[in-house]
Design a protein around this ligand. Structure first.
Ligand SMILES: [Fe+2]
Length: 139
């Protein structure tokens, strides 16, 4: 199910929240482009857009965590790497089987739904670390 961005997903850091909102949009674009079935090029473009967006976003987060000596950085990096692995697998399957409702649902699962869980389980932790342990950040 497509979900709109909502403030319940906010981690209280404006730049990251804004990027998470864009991540939702990239996830929705991917889902819709798979369903539109306008050929592989459109799907490859949407996946490439999603991958580039995630790359830029994760770089922002990772720099932020390093800057604040976040102790959970290593685990967090693993989560980001796993995201790209799942996206690669999806792209492979789309190339082999072509677009379908099943693959559109899986795309939403590994992007939008993954992000919702990732925000709650992982991003909140570094936000909390920064808020409670580092007064240099204005939230
Ligand atoms: Fe993250």
């Amino acid at each position: 199910m497509l979900r709109d961005w909502s403030d319940v997903y906010s981690i209280g850091i404006a730049e990251i929240d804004e990027q998470h909102r864009g991540f939702f949009e990239a996830a929705h674009r991917l889902y819709e482009d798979i369903l539109d079935r306008e050929g592989r090029n459109a799907v490859v473009e949407a996946i490439t857009f999603m991958r580039d967006y995630a790359n830029r976003h994760f770089e922002t987060e990772e720099a932020f965590m390093r800057e604040h000596d976040y102790p959970g950085l290593k685990d967090h990096l693993r989560q980001h790497a796993a995201f790209f692995r799942r996206l690669d697998e999806l792209e492979n399957d789309l190339m082999i089987f072509g677009p379908s409702q099943d693959l559109a649902d899986r795309a939403l699962d590994i992007t939008q739904d993954w992000l919702i869980d990732h925000i709650a389980d992982e991003d909140m932790l570094y936000s909390l670390h920064v808020k409670t342990g580092d007064a240099r950040v204005t939230i």
